[in-house]
Design a protein around this ligand. Structure first.
Ligand SMILES: [Ca+2]
Ligand SMILES: [Ca+2]
Length: 336
């Protein structure tokens, strides 16, 4: 496809699918995360696959300050307001499934093979685009929004639990709590990609979450902090630069901003894999773009931050978003 055709495709889909209004933004629903200690699992390598209890695992205690984290992964709907309001040029191709596993081909934040609802998490973007979105939203709102650090993410994902998953140790219970590679994923791939078999998913769990690919955010049961999709759906970018080990020399929730910053860390797995424990992590080059990676938003607790968002005046777009997301969740749950 020629460069001009790709540009035309992006412009066309932006205008045809989304009713975008320049100047609007959506304040993400946020959860107050209390200060506390993270018993961080010490890792010296990037690990993927099914979470396995390791009695010899070593831990290090980090002191985490209070912060806020968005209840949901950032949706395509929210990201669309950023694109409408700026001249930001998001990626026009990304890694998408094919009969040859994943191939890098034309696709964008608003048009790729799996996207069926604007209330699904935004993917087919890269780390730079996630950063640009957060900085734009922070400027628009005056609120100290940012990506979370790895340590904050793990602390929020554990939500005080000491089990493999926040619901316990049984992976087979995952379908109540998370969109992961399950029987629905296996069926979808067999239906849509002749020749790909379930073994090509990273561990299919013997339950049915009724989502073959990414789902509308917030469909499954939240963790003890009230955060949704902290396991599965899409993997989530953090601020931290790449490092094989975690938490290294850290003693608190600060991000690692030095070293190999050509890659950044993401946390946890996606609809494409088995449920991962809160220490699961991976590295992704800043220019890499795929349909398994997205992000959620953190916010510093300062005199400028909003505190309990229910006490704050919400923008018209935010109120509309909350109503429409609730409807989208309701419609999607009927199918679960
Ligand atoms: Ca699934
Ligand atoms: Ca997730």
């Amino acid at each position: 496809m020629s460069h001009l055709k790709i540009i035309f495709l992006v412009l066309f889909t932006s205008q045809s699918i989304y009713a975008l209004a320049a100047g609007e933004w959506i304040d993400p629903p946020m959860v107050d995360i209390p200060a506390g200690q993270l018993k961080a699992k010490i890792t010296t390598e990037i690990k993927k696959g099914t979470a396995v209890s390791d009695p010899d695992a070593k831990y290090k205690t980090l002191n985490i300050n209070a912060f806020r984290l968005s209840k949901y992964e950032v949706t395509t709907k929210e990201f669309g307001l950023f694109i409408a309001d700026t001249n930001y040029q998001p990626p026009t191709a990304c890694h998408q499934m094919s009969e040859k596993w994943f191939t890098f081909r034309a696709g964008s934040w608003d048009k790729h093979q799996h996207l069926r609802s604007e209330y699904e998490p935004v993917t087919c973007i890269n780390w730079d685009a996630a950063q640009a979105y957060v900085k734009w939203l922070s400027k628009k709102t005056g609120k100290p929004y940012r990506l979370p650090s790895e340590a904050e993410w793990e602390y929020a994902a554990r939500a005080g639990s000491t089990t493999l998953y926040y619901w316990g140790d049984d992976a087979a219970q995952a379908c109540r709590y998370a969109n992961i590679a399950d029987q629905a994923a296996e069926a979808a791939v067999k239906r849509d990609y002749n020749g790909l078999e379930s073994k090509d998913f990273i561990g299919v769990v013997p339950c049915d979450d009724n989502s073959g690919y990414a789902s509308v955010v917030g469909l499954y049961e939240p963790n003890q902090f009230g955060l949704y999709d902290m396991i599965g759906n899409i993997s989530e970018f953090t601020l931290d630069c790449f490092d094989l080990g975690f938490p290294g020399s850290a003693t608190d929730g600060s991000p690692r901003l030095g070293g190999d910053c050509g890659r950044h860390m993401f946390r946890n797995g996606s609809w494409h894999g088995a449920p991962q424990d809160a220490s699961s992590r991976g590295g992704w080059y800043v220019e890499s773009v795929g349909t398994l990676e997205g992000f959620r938003i953190a916010e510093d607790v300062t005199s400028k931050s909003s505190g309990n968002s229910s006490n704050n005046r919400k923008t018209k777009a935010t109120r509309k978003f909350e109503r429409e997301l609730a409807k989208a969740q309701q419609a999607a749950r009927k199918k679960i």
